[in-house]
Write a protein that binds this ligand. Structure first.
Ligand code: NAI
Length: 304
């Protein structure tokens, strides 16, 4: 099969070395997919224990991919996993890692000050040509870009969880970004066998802008006592063809994450602040206060 990615894509591909900050759920997935498609990748986190956890996620996921790809050959499975891992380097030194980057993908904690401070320090040491991106779900890209002097080479690159399975990437443009950067990022996504879509830097980009109000309307419907979560889920799966019902999805995303996004938008989302579409929900607030956060805590709208 024709391989894809850094070594074999057009010679004009300016991206070879990818540096990913954050080795959590999203960062480790992005590292894995880039390494699978021939990029040299450095995964950066705060300490060796974090990196080890991220590497554990990657190895487990690669083994699953290998079993599917080479069902008949243990040797080929092993070679695939080893070959992919050989392109991944680990680092706990953010600035040193940036010095050879063509592309930086930030996937650290969702905190604007932490992200801005990382970008500002990387801006001093990364090559001039390096493209900076953030995987943020809820923060304005322009507010991250303004921590650097390369607003023309800064964009959103929003992957979806789980990264190895989910095809979509939202490539997010600010008013300042150079269109060639958006083009390079679009090509990068295609080389990862992902489906990129372009959108402007607005709250929630495309997917979450539509998804969060929909999920919250489901919660409000239940709050009003009009139906049970189970019946709403059945209705949306069998009546609208959705693969998961809204309450299954809320529990999967995490109720705290949903609340964080909702509250942020209600308070200061551009074009959304104070909008009743994103007003707080008592039911959601209660569950989060109790620590019922969804699948990750064993209980949310459902028990696991
Ligand atoms: P996570 O909590 O699983 O991982 C974050 C990682 O970043 C941790 O390993 C942490 O040690 C590390 N980290 C924190 N500060 C750091 C720093 N200064 N330098 C290097 N590493 C640092 O978080 P997750 O879920 O992977 O989210 C990361 C980003 O991706 C967030 O911006 C989030 O909004 C975004 N995102 C999350 C999605 C999800 O479904 N969880 C979906 C799409 C985007």
């Amino acid at each position: 099969a024709a391989p894809s990615g850094a070594e074999t894509s057009s010679p004009a591909n300016p991206i070879k070395n990818v540096v990913v900050y954050g080795s959590g759920l999203m960062g480790s997935g992005i590292v894995q997919v880039a390494a699978q498609h021939q990029y040299q990748v450095t995964m950066v986190d705060l300490g060796a224990d974090h990196l080890k956890k991220g590497q554990g996620y990657i190895e487990a996921s690669l083994k699953r991919v290998a079993r599917k790809k080479f069902a008949d050959s243990d040797a080929q499975q092993k070679a695939f996993v080893e070959d992919t891992l050989s392109r991944i380097q680990l680092s706990t030194d953010p600035e040193a890692a940036a010095t050879t980057a063509d592309l930086i993908v930030e996937a650290i904690v969702e905190n604007i000050n932490t992200k801005r401070s990382l970008f500002s320090s990387l801006d001093q040491v990364a090559p001039k040509h390096a493209i900076f991106t953030s995987n943020t779900s809820s923060l304005p890209i322009s507010e991250l870009a303004s921590a650097t002097k390369r607003q023309d080479r800064f964009a959103g690159l929003h992957f979806f969880n789980p990264v190895p399975q989910m095809k979509l990437v939202e490539v997010v443009s600010t008013a300042e970004v150079n269109p060639t950067v958006i083009n390079d990022l679009t090509q990068f996504c295609l080389s990862l066998k992902k489906a990129p879509v372009n959108c402007k830097d607005t709250p929630g980009f495309i997917v979450n802008r539509l998804l969060v109000p929909y999920l919250m309307e489901a919660v409000r419907l239940v709050e009003r006592g009009e139906a049970t979560p189970k019946d709403v889920d059945t209705a949306m799966k069998l009546g609208a063809g959705y693969p998961m019902g809204p309450f299954e999805l809320l529990d999967y995303i995490g109720l705290d994450t949903c609340k964080f996004i909702l509250d942020g938008w209600y308070k200061e989302g551009k074009g959304l602040a104070g909008d009743k579409l994103v007003r707080p929900s008592e039911r959601l607030n209660e569950l989060v206060a109790k620590g019922d956060l969804g699948r990750k805590s064993g209980k949310g709208f459902y028990s696991y």
